[in-house]
Design a binder for this molecule. Structure first.
Ligand code: MV4
Length: 590
């Protein structure tokens, strides 16, 4: 059996996997990109190998190089973590063909559950309820219209190759059908290289509830209860908990048994998750995630089962050492994802250096993180800084503990999601366990813009614009104050700043006649316009990828594109002009 595990990931999950390896007496091998040379997961491993430049495509997704490193380092197994190559059957197959153990399900099982329509068919065959909808891709608008008629509006259009929100459209009336169909197909084609879509009846106010399963290589499968993951933003989960405040023991048993039936039917191995939507007491299978998930932690806290260690032991060929009756849910656990995103600014990724960083601690508090004070968050990967997980004897205690731990968390240097979590934990709808997938738009939208971040890495003191900030403790009449003092600028810093300000003022006063600028730092991932092309107001003309999020840049008005100034793959800064408009006069003349 293997004694060394290569962890094909970065950040908090790479650390999480390596901790499990160490506890099992296994050696760990990290891989890293040039952007991650000084990342915590590299320092924590027994050995670390460079796999490529900063871009994920050339490093953490480089199958050949990763297999080469596995061989060179003496690794006998590969753990993919989540994201990157975790659900890529070609990777699982390449690992196995190289004579290594893939810590996850077989490639064939990933393939069998990878397509959404195929997964729906599997669920139906296993007697697991699915949302009313088609069991095949819908190819034409006429077909779509007929389906919509059959299920009744609203309907959901989903990408067959889908996942997350890509290619997902909700249609409330027939007039929107054509546009939704075409844009869903386009997005699915861009996102997955497969334009196929299918249709489901849209449930308007459901919860997202998922069941964790563990399966060994001998066909034994058990479930570890549910996680409630309804609080999401742009199909990114922000808060997860276990158990769900609405799942009764009877529903848990039925959902768990359904999940186990389906996992058994497809020959599942390792840790996996079956996603359901739940509304009015009924549950419907959505899709299966064939990996360890970000939010596996809440299940660990209430069951006492170390899921990553379980994955490794299963990969070592161990028979499941637990039966369903051994799984007992004790207390309540909540996870808040601490992301470098600004909740007051549409959750926009926030890049920067953690000038101050300290984590909460104490009974019932777990922090799984991949950063430290002084760490600069690279722009190339997702924005997860840490996961804060709190356990309590009951839900109320878990919430109170989470509020305390959030207040104890100190992050300065980037915008982050802690203010959002504090607002949610304090919200009566959340506290009453009534939050559905519409919680943020229905109950928090008005508050979002006011969620203050506190100072970012610099502060202004009077008219002095600061350099770095230093914190002093001052006692005044026996009372302790924390005073943050900005270092004065040097003369050359002041000169540089004035030049920058003059340039900015110049740009503000003399804006480029008419152009489209990027609002953020990132990499151009699509150019959807060409010189001379007529565009409508709101038409998507560029896609900028920043921290794994796709940001659409739209035409500010109807017009004709003049010059396209950037190419796919190019890094852009906030304010970079991506394209210019040709003046109306030129249009008339040409
Ligand atoms: C649904 C749905 C309602 N009815 N399907 C969104 C993307 C994909 N993960 C599944 N999604 C949904 N599918 C039907 N038939 C509502 C959603 C949905 C959603 C699901 C879980 C968590 C948050 C969500 C936010 C919006 C829509």
């Amino acid at each position: 059996m293997f004694d060394t595990v290569l962890v094909a990931n970065r950040g908090e999950i790479a650390l999480r996997v390596m901790r499990a390896c160490k506890e099992l007496g296994l050696r760990t091998v990290a891989i890293y990109s040039e952007a991650d040379r000084h990342a915590p997961h590299v320092a924590y491993a027994d050995a670390a190998y460079l796999v490529g430049p900063a871009s994920a495509a050339q490093s953490y997704l480089n199958i050949e190089r990763i297999i080469e490193v596995a061989r060179e380092s003496g690794a006998g197994a590969v753990h993919p973590g989540y994201g990157f190559l975790a659900e890529n059957p070609s990777f699982a197959r390449a690992v196995t063909l190289a004579g290594l153990v893939f810590i996850g399900p077989p490639a064939e099982v990933m393939e069998r559950m990878g397509g959404k329509v195929a997964a729906r068919r599997e669920a139906r065959a296993a007697g697991v309820p699915v949302v009313p909808g088609t069991m095949y891709p819908v190819g034409t608008l006429e077909e779509l219209r007929a389906c919509a008629h059959e299920y009744g509006y609203p309907i959901a259009i989903k990408a067959v190759a889908g996942g997350g929100g890509r290619g997902f459209r909700v249609v409330f009336e027939e007039s929107e059908l054509r546009h939704a169909f075409e844009s869903a197909r386009r997005e699915a084609e861009i996102g997955f290289g497969n334009a196929d879509v299918y249709v489901e009846k849209y449930l308007t106010d459901p919860r997202h509830i998922e069941i964790q399963v563990l399966a060994d290589t001998y066909g034994n499968v058990l479930h570890l209860g549910e996680r409630e993951c309804s609080i999401q933003r742009r199909h990114q989960k922000l808060i997860e908990e276990s158990p769900s405040p609405v799942i009764t023991p009877d529903v848990r048993k039925r959902m768990g048994e359904a999940a186990v039936r389906l996992a058994k039917q497809v020959g599942y191995v390792s840790a996996g998750t079956l996603e359901f939507i739940y509304q009015d007491g009924e549950f419907y299978f959505l899709e299966m995630n064939t990996r360890i998930q970000v939010e596996h932690t809440v299940t660990e806290m209430v069951t006492g089962v170390d899921l990553v260690k379980a994955q490794i032991r299963i990969a070592q060929g161990e028979r499941l050492w637990l039966t369903q009756d051994d799984i007992v849910i004790r207390g309540h656990a909540i996870e808040c994802r601490i992301n470098a995103e600004d909740p007051a600014n549409n959750f926009r990724p926030s890049l920067g250096t953690l000038v101050e960083y300290s984590e909460p601690c104490g009974f019932g508090v777990r922090v799984d993180s991949g950063v430290h004070k002084g760490y600069t968050i690279p722009q190339h990967y997702d924005s997860l800084i840490a996961k804060l997980i709190c356990w309590g004897d009951n839900r109320a205690e878990a919430i109170a503990r989470m509020r305390r731990a959030l207040a104890d968390y100190r992050i300065v240097g980037v915008a982050h999601t802690i203010p959002f979590h504090l607002a949610t934990m304090a919200h009566p709808v959340f506290q009453e366990g009534k939050a559905t997938i519409n919680f943020i738009p229905h109950h928090l939208a008005d508050q979002l813009s006011t969620l203050s971040q506190g100072p970012i890495s610099t502060v202004s003191v009077g008219s002095v614009v600061s350099g770095p900030v230093r914190t002093f403790e001052v006692e005044v009449n026996g009372r302790l104050f924390t005073v943050r003092v900005a270092e004065a600028e040097t003369r050359s810093e002041r000169t540089e700043r004035r030049i920058r300000q003059d340039r900015a003022a110049h740009r503000a006063l003399h804006p480029i006649a008419d152009g489209v600028a990027s609002s953020l730092q990132g990499i151009v991932s699509a150019v959807l316009a060409s010189p001379g092309q007529e565009v409508e107001a709101g038409q998507v003309i560029f896609v900028i990828e920043a921290m794994k999020m796709e940001n659409e840049v739209k035409a500010p008005r109807k017009g004709v594109i003049g010059e396209v100034r950037v190419q796919v793959g190019q890094t852009v800064e906030p304010g970079t002009i991506l394209a210019t408009y040709r003046a109306a006069g030129e249009l008339a003349a040409s």
